[in-house]
Design a protein around this ligand. Structure first.
Ligand SMILES: [Zn+2]
Ligand SMILES: [Zn+2]
Ligand SMILES: [Zn+2]
Ligand SMILES: [Zn+2]
Ligand SMILES: [Zn+2]
Length: 333
């Protein structure tokens, strides 16, 4: 037995499962359910070798551990030249650095030159982790690659806490929504009405000293929750009263928010008499989401809201929008 590798009795692992019982994919470093770090040993003694440093399965032919990057070269067993795929491993890609060796997905290091590798795996997953950028699914609690919070909720905690409190005081029961921090755009896909995506750039891509605009984020989340709430209660949109207040929500809709500046405004806009904000005028669905946002951020206090609508000389229909929502919420309780 060499000093750099250890051998042990095969551990039977017929199914790929974490000790918590959750299913895993081979070579995930973390369990997406409980966050436990995983070790992938030489199950069934296929290669007869494990890394002395991390305990993961390696090949005798390797120069470096493809999992932790440790130097495991040994004169004799190690191959003289980089190989595509030694016994026990599959060939999925060439080394990013052109050393001539091959790698199996998702090795983070080249087993031949030891250098870091990048894998593009977002197409296999619902989205990407706000911490490490690797693929994650919407249901995941932990990122299987870095072990951090896969939802990114840890990065927007102050805003989420505030939104939750606002929903509570507005007496809106949670409908199972799940807020995820993701790259791209903020929005809700009607096919997955409970998944609310918030553009991560507002939280993560800041210049060092710029503070996160938490009240903008609270507004943005409340707005997107409005979309989620509406998709979740879609039948309501067919009612006479809803249509009178908000119009035809079935109208062609891109489903993408391209403005967000509006969300910083906590005051009702004066420009358009029929809508609560300028953005609300872009589509009946936006109209609802904006009405929902104002309703929630004002804690459902109708008297206060109506006083402001009066000051801003809003049309009767705007009052009706709030009343329609208010009465519907009361009916759900
Ligand atoms: Zn687990
Ligand atoms: Zn290792
Ligand atoms: Zn390499
Ligand atoms: Zn991650
Ligand atoms: Zn919207």
């Amino acid at each position: 037995m060499s000093s750099n590798r250890r051998r042990r009795e095969p551990v039977p692992r017929p199914e790929l499962r974490c000790v918590c019982g959750h299913e895993l994919r081979r070579y995930w470093p973390y369990c997406p359910s409980c966050g436990r770090g995983q070790i992938w040993p030489d199950t069934g003694q296929v290669t007869g070798a494990e890394c002395y440093h991390c305990g993961w399965v390696v090949s005798d032919a390797y120069w470096f551990c493809p999992w932790c990057g440790a130097d495991i070269y040994e004169e004799g067993p190690s191959s003289e030249v980089p190989l595509k795929a030694p016994k026990g491993f599959r060939y999925h890609a060439r080394c990013d650095w052109g050393c001539g060796g091959g790698l199996e997905y998702p090795m983070p290091h080249c087993p031949w030159c030891g250098r870091d590798q990048t894998w593009r795996d977002d197409h296999d997953f619902d989205g990407s982790c706000p911490h490490c950028g690797r693929g994650v699914n919407d249901w995941m609690i932990h990122c299987p690659w870095c072990g951090n919070d896969a939802t990114g909720q840890d990065l927007m905690r102050p805003a989420l806490r505030r939104v939750r409190r606002l929903l509570g005081t507005s007496r809106i029961k949670p409908w199972g929504y799940r807020v995820l921090l993701r790259p791209g755009v903020s929005g809700v896909d009607p096919r997955w009405p409970k998944i609310v995506e918030i553009e991560q750039r507002y939280v993560t891509d800041r210049r060092s000293r710029t503070e996160i605009d938490w009240s903008m984020l609270v507004g943005l989340i409340a707005h997107e929750l409005g979309h989620s709430f509406l998709y979740h209660n879609w039948r309501w949109t067919r009612s006479e009263r809803f249509r009178r207040a908000f119009g035809e929500v079935y109208k062609t809709y891109r489903g993408v928010d391209n403005t967000w500046v509006d969300f910083q405004r906590r005051r009702v806009a004066t420009t358009l008499p029929d809508h609560v904000s300028t953005y609300a005028a872009t589509h009946p669905q936006e109209d609802f989401a904006e009405t929902f946002r104002f309703y929630v951020t004002r804690r459902g206090r109708m008297r206060e809201l109506f006083a402001e609508l009066g000051q801003k000389r809003k049309a009767v229909v705007v009052y009706e929008k709030f009343l329609t929502l208010h009465d519907y919420l009361r009916g759900r309780r």
